[in-house]
Design a protein around this ligand. Structure first.
Ligand code: URA
Length: 222
């Protein structure tokens, strides 16, 4: 069962998700098991995040008869936007489930003093003239301070994507990040697997999982 926290914020709540979150949070979990648990949760998050992408009805012939089936509408454009580097942890699964999507890499790192995002990459594909048909799912496992999330959403709004067609998908979110993002952009959807307690003074989520990029890519400092 999912919990709708406030309008447009969905926190997945399911024993499979919770079991895998426990694996992910545990500092003793190695990279292989971390990535496996992340993949398992990613499926559920991506199904939820993609549920508003337009569909159309087509006729399909089974071995027995003709029938109407619902498929994604190829007149729409779907952009999947992983924020480097931790967003890559979701990207393979998202692209596997939604192979027709354009993958738009966003390069941003956090200035550890100001906690503000610093851009270094924005690899887009031309978006459709008719912006009402453009849908974007932004991927970042950690919605912490909300600063990079805000910048990433603003980037798509500036390109003409409609706020209501944007989904921000995270594994773990802080109340501060959700507040900041949904106050600035009330029409976007936020889909997450956990709402944690808050942030520490360095902007890390508590209890969280530590540094998501380091855990995914096995670069945890000694
Ligand atoms: N980024 C991370 O990887 N972890 C946090 O807790 C916050 C931001």
């Amino acid at each position: 069962m999912n919990t709708v926290l406030k309008k447009n914020v969905t926190v997945l709540n399911h024993p499979v998700i919770n079991h895998n979150l426990a694996i992910i949070r545990n500092k003793k979990t190695d990279t292989q098991n971390f990535k496996q648990a992340l993949k398992t949760i990613s499926y559920a998050l991506i199904y939820e995040a993609s549920k508003n992408i337009p569909t159309k009805t087509i006729e399909v012939e089974t071995p027995l008869m003709k029938t109407d089936c619902e498929v994604f509408d190829d007149n729409s454009q779907l952009i999947i936007a992983p924020i480097l580097r931790a967003g890559l942890g979701f990207c393979e699964t998202a692209s596997e489930i939604l192979p027709f999507a354009n993958i738009h890499h966003i390069g941003m790192y956090r200035n550890e003093e100001t906690l503000e995002p610093v851009w270094y990459y924005d690899k887009d594909k031309k978006i459709l003239e008719d912006k009402s048909r453009v849908y974007t799912i932004i991927l970042d496992p950690m919605l912490a301070t909300g600063n990079s999330a805000l910048d990433a959403v603003k980037n798509f709004i500036n390109k003409g994507v409609r706020e209501e067609n944007i989904v921000f998908m995270s594994l773990i979110s802080s109340p501060e990040g959700i507040e900041k993002l949904s106050n600035a952009y009330p029409a976007i959807r936020i889909v997450t697997a956990s709402l944690d307690k808050g942030l520490n003074s360095k902007g890390y989520i508590l209890p969280g999982l530590g540094d998501a990029g380091d855990r995914i890519f096995n670069t945890i400092p000694e």
